[in-house]
Ligand binder design. Structure first.
Ligand code: CAA
Length: 382
C-alpha cells in the first residue's frame, strides 16, 4: 500500500491551498456575517480547475482523479466551508452526474460552463415534505404526446438555488412505480415556468445561498432527460455517493482549521503559570482530535480510491461521511471549549467552524441515513 500522492495531486492541492489562504479565508468572516454569495472567488476557483476537478479537459475540467478532489476540497473547506459547499455541489452533484449519465450534447452544454466557473449548478432532490425519504417526492413531470414533459412542483433546500443557471432535477414521471418512476431532468433556470422561492436563513455555511424552487408548467424537452426515464432515483443515489466523499472532505477541512487554531492557542495561552497545552486534560483532547482527523482523512481517501478504481463505493462513501462529519462536530466542539470565552466570541473563527460543521451531519444524507446505508451493506438485510 502506498500512502504518497502524485506530483499532479500535490500541485492541485497547492493551488487550492493558495487560493483558500490568500483569497477565501481572509473574506470568510465577511461572507458569514453578510451571507453574500462569493461569486468572484467561485470564478477564481473555476479558472483554476477546481469546479470540475474530475471533469476531463475536453469538457473544461482539470481531468484529475477523486484523490485530487479530496485534497483540494479539504483545503478550500479549511479556508471557508461555504465556498466548499458550492464547490462540492458543482463537482460532485452536478458535473459528476452529467459525466456519468449525460449525452455528449449534455456534457458539452452543461458541464463546461460549470467546470470553468462561468455558471453555477444545483441539484434538486429534496422537497418540503421529503428529505431522507427521497422516493416520497411529489414534483411531477407529465409526458406529452409530442415527447416533451410538463413539470409542476416544489423543491426545497436547494444549494446555490438563488444563483444557479442549470439544475439537475428529479421528478416523478410514474408515481405507481415508486423509486423506479423517478426521472432526472436538466433544467435551465432562465426558461419560463421556473421560479425561486424563499431563501433559507441558516445556522452556518451562510454564504452558500440556499432556497426553495418551484416549477409551474415548466416544459422540458425529451433531450433534457438525463439518463433514461425511470432511472432518476438510481442516478440520484449514485451521484450522492460521490457527493458524500465531497462532504466528508469538507468536514475534514473545517475540522483541520479548528484543530490548527487549537494547536496554536494551547501553546500560547497561559493559565496557572503554564501553557494550557501542558495540562493533561488539554493533551487528551488534542490527541483525540488528531486521531479522529486522521481516521476521517484516511477513510475518505479510501472511498476516493475505490471510486477511482471504477468500483461501487456506496459503503466506503457512507463510512467516510459519517466518520468525518461526526469527527468535525466533535473536534469543533472541543476547539470552542479549549478556547473558552474566545471560542464563543465572533472575534475568532472557532464559533463559525462549530456552526459550519453541523451541516455535514445533515445534508447529502443525515448521519442516520449513512448508518442505514452501512448496516444494509454489512448485513445484506433491509
Ligand atoms: N447507487 C445506485 N443505486 C442505488 C443506490 C446507490 N447508492 N442506492 C440505492 N440504489 C437503488 C437500489 O438498488 C434500488 O434499485 P432496484 O429498484 O433496482 O432494486 C433502488 O435504488 C431503490 O433503493 P432502496 O430500496 O434502497 O431505496 P429506499 O427508498 O429504501 O432509500 C435510502 C434508500 C438510502 C434511504 C435513500 O433514500 C437515501 O440515501 N436517502 C437520503 C437522501 C439524501 O441523501 N438526500 C440529500 C439531499 S441532496 C443534498 O443535500 C444536496 C445539497 O444541496 C448539498
Amino acid at each position: 500500500m502506498d500512502f504518497s500522492f502524485t506530483e499532479e495531486q500535490l500541485m492541485l492541492q497547492d493551488v487550492a491551498r493558495r487560493i483558500a489562504q490568500e483569497k477565501i479565508a481572509p473574506s470568510a468572516e465577511h461572507h458569514d456575517r453578510t451571507g453574500e454569495f462569493p461569486l468572484e472567488n467561485i470564478r477564481l476557483l473555476g479558472e483554476n480547475g477546481l469546479m470540475g476537478i474530475e471533469v476531463p479537459e475536453a469538457y473544461g475540467g482539470a481531468g484529475m482523479d477523486p484523490i485530487a478532489y479530496v485534497l483540494a476540497m479539504v483545503e478550500v473547506a479549511a479556508g471557508d466551508a461555504a465556498h466548499s459547499t458550492i464547490m462540492s455541489v458543482n463537482n460532485s452533484l452536478f458535473c459528476n452526474g452529467i459525466l456519468t449519465h449525460g449525452s455528449e450534447a449534455q456534457k458539452q452544454k452543461y458541464v463546461r460552463a460549470i467546470a470553468e466557473g462561468e455558471a453555477i449548478g444545483a441539484f434538486a432532490l429534496t422537497e418540503p415534505q421529503s428529505g431522507s425519504d427521497a422516493t416520497a417526492m411529489r414534483c411531477r413531470a407529465v409526458k406529452q404526446a409530442d415527447g416533451t414533459y410538463v413539470i409542476n412542483g416544489k423543491k426545497s433546500w436547494i444549494t446555490s438555488g438563488p444563483v444557479a443557471k442549470y439544475i439537475v432535477l428529479f421528478a416523478m414521471t410514474d408515481p405507481e412505480q415508486g423509486a423506479r418512476g423517478i426521472t432526472a431532468f436538466m433544467i435551465d433556470t432562465d426558461k419560463a415556468g421556473f421560479h425561486r422561492g424563499k431563501t433559507e436563513p441558516k445556522l452556518g455555511i451562510r454564504a452558500s445561498a440556499t432556497c426553495e424552487i418551484e416549477f409551474q408548467e415548466y416544459v422540458a424537452d425529451a433531450d433534457d432527460v438525463l439518463g433514461k426515464e425511470g432511472e432518476g432515483f438510481k442516478i440520484a443515489m449514485g451521484v450522492l455517493d460521490a457527493g458524500r466523499i465531497g462532504i466528508a472532505s469538507q468536514a475534514i477541512g473545517i475540522a483541520r482549521a479548528a484543530y490548527e487554531a487549537t494547536i496554536a492557542y494551547v501553546k500560547d495561552r497561559k493559565a496557572f503559570g503554564a501553557a494550557i497545552g501542558t495540562f493533561q486534560m488539554t493533551q487528551a483532547k488534542i490527541a483525540d482530535m488528531k486521531c479522529k482527523l486522521d481516521a476521517a482523512l484516511l477513510l475518505t481517501l479510501r472511498a476516493a480510491w475505490v471510486k477511482g478504481q471504477g468500483k461501487r463505493f456506496s459503503n466506503e462513501a457512507a463510512i467516510a461521511k459519517l466518520t468525518a462529519s461526526e469527527a468535525a462536530m466533535w473536534i469543533t466542539h472541543q476547539a470552542v471549549q479549549i478556547h473558552g470565552g474566545m471560542g464563543y466570541s465572533k472575534e475568532m473563527p472557532l464559533e463559525r467552524y462549530f456552526r459550519d460543521a453541523k451541516i455535514t451531519e445533515i445534508y447529502e444524507g443525515t448521519s442516520e441515513i449513512q448508518r442505514l446505508v452501512i448496516a444494509r451493506n454489512e448485513t445484506g438485510l433491509r
